[in-house]
Design a protein around this ligand. Sequence first.
Ligand code: NDP
Ligand code: 2IT
Length: 447
Amino acid sequence: MTEIDQFMAGLRKRNPNESEFQQAVEEVVQSVMPWYLDHQDYRQSQILERLTEPDRIIIFRVTWETDQGHVRANRAWRVQFNNSIGPYKGGLRFHPTVTQSVLKFLGFEQIFKNSLTGLPMGGAKGGSNFNPRDKSDREVMRFCQSMMTELHRHIGEDVDVPAGDIGVGKREISYLFGQYTRLENRWVGAMTGKDTSFGGSAIRTEATGYGCVYFCENMLNHHGEDLAGKSIVISGSGNVARYAAEKAIEKGAKVMTLSDSGGFVEFAHGMNREQLEFAHVLKEENRGRISEMAEQFDGVKFYADSDPWGVKCDIAMPCATQNELDAEGARLLINNKVMAVCEGANMPTTAPAAGLFKKNGVLLAPGKASNAGGVAVSGLEQSQNAMRISWTREEVNDRLQNIMREIHERCVEHGSASDGQQVNYINGANISGLKKVADAMLGYGVM
Ligand code: NDP
Ligand code: 2IT
């Protein structure tokens, strides 16, 4: 049995039925183990064993009332994974597929991502199996207020700072933060992703998508390529997907697709600005379906219940959810000569798909590096709140670009292949992210 097999056997035994968590840990362990074994001090201190056990998980019931007066009970969690390098930080997800395993995988990856940003943030994630999709604004408000009635005891500007994720956008953050402020009777930056009218940072809404494109550009440039003129297949049409599309178009790339859980739309000539604006309003204000784009515009075709991976492109940006890009999708992309996959979502690529990309020389940027722009600007929001100031769009955007460039450099530093050719971004992100956290844990002693 190799060290990796032995470690994973123990982890599976301790965390049965948590396939997403096991998958996220296995990816990290596979890439860091040789480096880890070279560091006797980390091994002796059991850094990997400690890092894969959350500091704590808070599980609670959220009771709320529908508009018709029916009582509903949902389950909610906050997984506080590791606060060695800063207060716990990470989003909240509202989606019927949310389980403890999903939130543990997300919280675990957040430790590495937050470390990579260079900002002082620990790793956490939370959420609920509540589905905001078919609920009224008032129902969402009552759910959020009830959730915060419990959650407020466990968070705070120096303790744990939640933000958005799938199903949690400006509306939800506003209800949650309003209730936090009421219960605590003090205004502090205990959440990020707030509206700019009450302490939110410029560019936070755009940051994950913009950051993903900045990372992609750095990755292409490092390998002698450029973004301008490249065709990009994007999945999802949420916050991350639409702002990735916006920045990609601005950089002269051609966005070929967007999707949601109902299927995908293909833009015959690449998406234009009018179509992008329509998508923003469709998804942000009207909460509509992506299929409506095909009804609205000529040259836009809708494919129901399908993934966009069969559409020819140079670059793929999966920006919807975990495990959305599997081996079959990877084969389609490889057959169409994709050169790079840049993850906007968290863990969108399955392990077999990642293996195929590696084997075929396709660059693969893991979400914990390429989607770190969102949490990075959250970190900047925390700083602005603490200083009681707000920076301009230009200032935040400059900082975001610098942070994404530095994350890319960290990946190159720790992920450069021995043949000096292609960078292994998964190794680079995992080792670089781990190093800072491991050194902090080592310094604190046994705890
Ligand atoms: P949104 O809720 O804004 O959008 C999610 C998108 O993904 C929607 O198009 C949704 O379609 C689709 N989707 C979600 N779940 C599924 C599913 N099970 N099957 C098919 N499609 C699905 O979320 P975000 O854009 O914020 O998040 C997208 C990804 O990016 C997630 O992996 C998230 O963790 C990650 N991320 C988000 C950050 C942020 O700042 N928001 C930061 C870093 C990463 P539908 O509406 O039909 O459900
Ligand atoms: O996955 C992520 O990095 C997020 N959902 C953003 C977290 C944050 O605290 O801004």
